[in-house]
Design a protein around this ligand. Structure first.
Ligand SMILES: Cc1cc2nc3c(=O)[nH]c(=O)nc-3n(C[C@H](O)[C@H](O)[C@H](O)COP(=O)(O)O)c2cc1C
Length: 222
């Protein structure tokens, strides 16, 4: 039987705790760091969060989407979608969105609520389209709307794939409109962020919201 050290500490390894552990400000800072990294790092859990809407029957509806933008200053997150998809019809009627992601390595869960605005024919959409790569654009070239029942699964739309394959990315401006009419940017205006950090020393949970535009940060019982 081993005796407990007289100096035994309920928090045996405080050095291993991250700086944000007991700091609301640092936790929020970490949120935007993670989301920023999520826009570019394919291995980040925040690159592919799940984003939920409310469907036309009033039921929750969730799907994975690639995080394309994170703007801390404007408190927005950006995604790309086919304008014909179900989620777009849902957000047109009920613009609420809930985004969730969990990074198992970092032990951080984020649950983000916000309101969607859609950009199909404006500068935001044009710029995002211009910056999209050939393979991404190809997604928007299918004739059937996403979610349509089809007789048989197909591979990529062959004639269009041939055209894209014949072009390097830099040649894409030769075909500026291919798939463009189906493309839109989904901007989520963040209204609240719920933070969860798992630690053996004690979990941390916090809520950040902006009533009347002013940041309010509180700890929650995990
Ligand atoms: C890893 C991954 C990333 C995805 N990224 C996107 C995306 O960026 N935009 C998108 O519209 N669908 C994306 N999808 C497909 C959606 O999850 C979903 O199946 C599709 O958009 C139809 O959703 P809806 O019927 O709810 O509109 C992705 C799926 C996976 C598995």
């Amino acid at each position: 039987m081993t005796n407990a050290s007289p100096n035994s500490n309920p928090n045996p390894n405080p050095a291993s705790l991250p700086e944000f552990y007991d700091s609301l400000d640092s936790s929020l800072e970490e949120v935007w760091q993670l989301m920023g990294r999520g826009t570019t790092d394919r291995r980040s859990a925040f690159h592919t969060p799940v984003i939920a809407s409310i469907d036309l029957q009033g039921h929750p509806s969730a799907r994975t989407m690639i995080l394309r933008g994170a703007d801390r200053h404007n408190r927005t997150l950006g995604f790309h979608a086919d304008i014909r998809s179900s989620k777009i019809a849902q957000w047109r009627i009920k613009p609420g969105a809930c985004i969730i992601a969990y990074d198992a390595g970092k032990k951080i869960q984020l649950r983000i609520n916000g309101e969607v605005t859609l950009h199909a024919h404006d500068e935001i959409a044009n710029t995002a389209w211009q910056n999209s790569r050939a393979m991404s654009r190809l997604t928007y070239c299918v004739d059937d709307a996403p979610g349509s029942v089809i007789a048989t699964p197909t591979t990529l739309p062959a004639p269009k794939l041939d055209i894209v394959n014949d072009l390097a990315d830099e040649g894409l401006d030769q075909l500026p409109e291919m798939g463009r009419e189906n493309f839109c940017v989904v901007t989520v205006h963040v209204t609240s962020i719920e933070w969860v950090y798992l630690a053996s020393q004690g979990n941390r949970r916090a809520l950040f919201s902006w009533p009347e535009g002013k940041l309010q940060s509180v700890w929650l019982q995990p």
